[in-house]
Design a binder for this molecule. Structure first.
Ligand SMILES: Cc1ncc(COP(=O)(O)O)c(C=O)c1O
Length: 487
């Protein structure tokens, strides 16, 4: 593999019409790559016969270059094993300063990169958005997957264009109508690779670059990224204790798209009140905006019955509903869906097939059976109980260790709490110190487009067991103490 890479690189750089001889060029190019760390000690070079053949050179030319570099100490050869870079030369990884400053990005690419950076893989206390994957019914799921994979038809393994496997869209339509009050037929559902892709598709299809997108403040970073990716102008809309508040907006900029999480605002946890839902729908109708409703974790409700989805309330067809299997199954499944008005479904299906292509029909078949056979409902019920317990454990542990220092969000639903910090605490410093100990305390500031009004931490608890909760809380309490004493 590496040998082929060396051949390709030399083929690109060799200049046949140069006055510098080919053997000399070969020596120089190899010497440069060894010196600058691209070829580290121990790297095996292509056999002289292969290199000569691939580059269209005489074998003697290659042998001359290799022998000279051996004489200079850059290479050494081992009888019968080949020619290697001498061990004293060390390969240098790309400089982190170079990696952090990508050149030649578009303005949109830069905005996307600088706002979100490289996502960090987080597991354990208190990674937000992580379900308890360890207690997923893996055996049952694997059996279904294997069976559907085995009997997949050629059509299901080819380029598929149905907007998702029909039995899965039927199962989802039943589920969404019954449990979420979504008005939909299977033909209005488009299966995507998670909510993220669904949002990006909606951003691209329903708004033009430069159009205004309203986003909840604080809000979901994934939605920020999707709207940035679609080239939209991101405008924050404050969230109060009734949810996103359109009445607070009077800057004259009319939104084309409004992203909202009414069932359980991310990250504050507020459930949007009925008057606010009606006000938002009226506002969208008045200014001709689309509403993108992200219903990402409403299966996990711990107190009252959930309010039905905004989509089911709307009299006109202004609401695009987004759902995900990341929380109720697991994020790596990469399966989500959109419910779009009849008039838009062909455009969404066409764009999805053109931009991303469809796929994984056997997995979709397994999921359809997982739902219709009752495994899905059983798993959700078990997880709802487990997450309720874990939230209680987290509350208790925080109260025991930090007293009244933190104000916790209500936690009627979902998989995380927000802990508001005393104004004197530096959330960035706490978060960075905790990350060094593999405890994830996401600063609330990450969720703001403008200057944060609160300082706090987002604490995911769903995928965190009792021991991890105790350890994570002890770490948080110690770091808080240290900050107080330091000040
Ligand atoms: C608000 C919100 N929406 C959607 C998602 C799920 O996104 P995806 O389906 O792309 O995994 C998450 C996951 O963290 C979320 O927090």
């Amino acid at each position: 593999m590496l040998e082929q890479w060396i051949i390709d690189a030399l083929a690109t750089d060799l200049q046949r019409d140069s006055r510098e001889g080919l053997a000399r060029q070969l020596m120089r190019l190899l010497r440069e790559r060894i010196r600058n760390g691209q070829l580290g000690g121990g790297t095996r070079l292509p056999a002289s016969r292969d290199l000569a053949h691939s580059l269209g050179l005489g074998r003697n030319t290659v042998l001359e270059a290799y022998e000279q570099l051996q004489a200079e100490g850059y290479l050494h050869s081992q009888q019968g094993a080949g020619t290697f870079v001498a061990p004293l030369f060390r390969a240098t990884p790309p400089q982190s300063s170079q990696r952090g400053q990508p050149l030649g990005l578009s303005a949109r690419g830069k905005a996307l990169f600088h706002s979100v950076g490289l996502p960090q893989g987080m597991q354990g206390a208190f990674a937000p958005g992580m379900p308890e994957i360890r207690q997923f019914p893996h055996t049952c799921w694997q059996t279904l997957l294997a069976r559907h994979q085995r009997k997949a038809s050629v059509a299901e393994l080819a380029y598929t264009t149905d907007g998702g496997l029909l039995p899965l869209r039927e199962a989802l339509a039943d589920y969404l109508q019954l449990s979420r009050g979504v008005r939909c037929q299977p033909q209005q559902i488009l299966i995507t690779q998670g909510a993220q892709q669904a949002m990006e598709l909606a951003g691209r299809l329903l708004a033009d670059p430069g159009d205004v997108a309203w986003l909840e403040e604080p809000g979901y970073v994934g939605a920020h990224a999707a709207m940035r990716g679609a080239g939209l102008t991101l405008v924050p809309v404050p969230v109060d204790d009734e949810g996103m508040n359109p009445a607070a907006m009077n800057d004259g900029r009319t939104p084309r798209l409004i992203y909202t999480t009414p069932s359980h605002q991310y990250p504050s946890g507020v459930v949007m009140s009925m008057p606010r839902r009606l006000a938002l729908l009226a506002h969208a109708a008045q200014c001709g905006a689309w509403i993108l409703e992200d219903d990402y974790d409403s299966e996990f409700r711990y107190s009252s019955q959930p309010l039905p989805a905004l989509q089911g309330l709307a009299q006109d067809e202004r609401v695009i509903y987004v759902g995900t299997m990341s929380k109720v199954m697991y994020p790596g499944l990469r399966l989500g869906y959109l419910v779009v008005p009849d008039s838009l479904i062909d455009a969404f299906r066409a764009a999805n097939a053109r931009l991303y292509r469809e796929g994984s029909y056997p997995v979709q078949a397994a999921l359809a059976e997982f739902i219709t056979a009752g495994h899905f409902a059983r798993h959700v019920r078990r997880m709802r109980e487990l997450y309720r317990e874990r939230q209680q454990q987290l509350r208790q542990a925080l109260t025991n260790s930090t007293g009244e220092a933190l104000i916790l969000s209500p936690g009627h639903a979902g998989m995380h709490l927000v802990a508001t910090l005393p104004a004197t605490v530096d959330e960035q410093a706490i978060s960075q110190a905790a990350a060094r100990e593999q405890v994830w305390l996401r600063p609330l500031a990450r969720h703001y487009l403008s200057t944060p009004t609160h300082s706090g931490l987002v604490l995911g608890y769903a995928g965190v067991d009792h021991q991890e909760i105790q350890h994570g809380v002890a770490t948080l309490a110690r770091l808080l103490q240290e900050q107080v004493h330091h000040d």
